[in-house]
Design a binder for this molecule. Sequence first.
Ligand code: NCD
Length: 321
Amino acid sequence: MKTEEKINFGHKDLLGIENLTPGEIMQLLDAAVAFKGVLTRDVKKVPTLRGRTVVNLFYENSTRTRTSFELAARRLSAEVLNFDVATSSVKKGEVLYDTVETIEALGADYIVLRNGNSGSPHFLARSVKASVINAGDGLHEHPTQALLDAFTIRESLGDLKGLHVALIGDILHSRVARSNIFLLTKLGVKVTLIGPPTLVPDDFRPLGVRICHTLREGLRDVDVIYLLRIQMERQQTNLFPSLEEYRTLYGINTERLKWAKPDAIVMHPGPVNLGVEISRDVMTMPQAKILQQVTNGVAVRMAVFYLLQGVREQNAKIART
Ligand code: NCD
C-alpha cells in the first residue's frame, strides 16, 4: 500500500472513537484487512514508517498493548523507543508535558501514550507536532482496543450492522467499554450492558444502549459476549460483595453460553481473571476469540499508523506550498 493513495481520514492524532465518523472507522478497519495480509506473508515488513520514530510512553503497566504497538511500528519499519517511566525523570517529578517536549526534541514522530489521567492525550496533542495515539487514558477511552474488537467481530461474523453485542462487567471503570460503545453504536450495532447496578449505572443509557442487570435476560439474542475484567485497582469503594459473588451472578461458563445465540462468540480485552468472569473451558472453546483479538491488534495498529502517516504527509505537502 502506498501513502499517496487518497485518504479521507482527517486527524493528526488518534485520541478516541467519539470524534471519528463511521466512514473513518470503516477506513481504519479496511486498511487493517490489508495489513493482516502483510502479517501472514513470509516477510512481514513494509516501508510505510521508514525513517520515522515511534515512542511508547506508558505510565501504567501493560504487556499486550505496548508489545502490540511496538510490533506494529516495527512491521512498518519505524524506529521504536520504549520510554520506561519507572526509570525516567518522571520519578523525579517531571511533569507529562516536559517529558513529551523532551521526547519530541529527540525527534519523535509518534507518541503512543498510556496515562492514568483522562484527557491527557488530548492535552498533549494540542501542544506537540508529533502524532499522539491514545493507548488508554484513565477511565475515558482506549480507541485501538475498540477498533481491534470491531475488526475481530467483522472477521468472525461479517457485517457489523444489525449485530447485537453484550458488554458484561465493570462498565463504570472501563475505557474499553466506553470506546466500544461509541464505535458499535456509530456502526449500527445494538449494545446491551450487563452487570450489577453499581458497575452499570443508568447514566450510560443516553449513549444509546440497553441496560440489563441479570445475565440470562441480557444475553438473549446476543451475537457477541464481550467480557470485561473487574478492575479492582480502579475501584474506590467496594461496589460488589466479592469476586465469588460476581462469578455466581455474571461469570460465563458453558451452560450460560447457551443463553446467547447458538453461534455467539466470546471476547475479552485481557488481562483475564480466569475463573471469575470466564471459566477455563469457555476460554478454550472455538467460539472464544481472545487470542484472535491479540493477533488482530497488530494489524489494526499498523492501519492506525498508516492513516495518520498519510495525514502527516498531506499536511507537510500543504505546508510546503
Ligand atoms: C485494558 C486496559 O488496560 O484498559 N486492557 C488492555 O488494554 N489490554 C483492560 C483492562 O485493564 O482490564
